[in-house]
Design a protein around this ligand. Structure first.
Ligand code: SF4
Length: 226
């Protein structure tokens, strides 16, 4: 019996590594989480969400993304762990990588940091598998994310990273539909201060306006690229 109340999409049954029945899901934001969490729930796999994203800048943006994610989880009875916003550690780790482009070395360090904390929590609380919602975004490099996830899980003997490609089998399309259905907040940059800088730079060079944070929502506004 499915423990969560969900919508009625037809989805394939997913099997986590080693047939694990319990997964700790690192979540970056509600739009990415929606489809991933519903796909896991539809496969009747027990899950807990771990929200650890000290990369998100500034603080009010972080709070907004977190609240959207928490609301979605609470509506479905999915436990959501609210972890630290230890931005000093994040800035320490990416020092010297400020000029890196998105999907470059700074992002590897950023994923490593978030997944290492997720893996630690999983090991301390008996989760055999971790995964992340980050991979469903078309802006991300799936191989880069999976490498970071596997590296983090490999720190612990009994922990695996689930490398499933959430974009496949209709996942990307459902992600957008579900975001509209839920009216999720639509962020227009990845998260860190450097991605905000670079997205604004690109937009200005393309003759567009700077990002206005906190005002766009799926279903209410035209879905646009960065
Ligand atoms: S662009 Fe995104 S993934 Fe890369 S460092 Fe910034 S917040 Fe992290």
């Amino acid at each position: 019996m499915n423990p969560y109340s969900l919508d009625t999409y037809e989805r394939p049954v997913l099997t986590p590594p080693d047939g694990a029945e319990r997964v700790l899901v690192h979540s970056c934001c509600a739009p990415c989480a929606g489809e991933v969490l519903e796909a896991i729930a539809a496969s009747e796999v027990d899950m807990t969400v771990y929200f650890y994203n000290p990369n998100i800048h500034p603080r009010d943006e972080y709070e907004m993304r977190k609240q959207e994610n928490r609301r979605f989880c609470e509506d479905r009875g999915i436990e959501c762990i609210d972890a630290d916003y230890d931005t000093d550690n994040w800035f320490d780790r990416v020092k010297g990588l400020e000029a890196e482009p998105e999907r470059g070395e700074r992002c590897t360090v950023c994923f490593d940091m978030r997944f290492e904390r997720t893996a630690l929590y999983a090991a301390e609380h008996g989760f055999p598998v971790i995964t992340s919602t980050l991979g469903i975004s078309r802006w991300k490099n799936m191989a880069q994310i999976n490498d970071c996830g596997v590296r983090a899980a490999d720190r612990y003997a009994d922990l695996s990273y689930w490398t499933f490609n959430w974009r496949k089998k209709g996942g990307s399309q459902r992600m957008i539909e579900l975001s509209k259905r839920e009216g999720f907040y639509q962020q227009e940059y990845c998260g860190c201060v450097f991605s905000l800088r670079d997205t604004n730079r690109y937009r200005l060079e393309s003759g567009r306006e700077r990002i206005e944070r906190g005002i766009k929502f799926y279903g209410r506004d035209e879905i646009c690229g960065r």
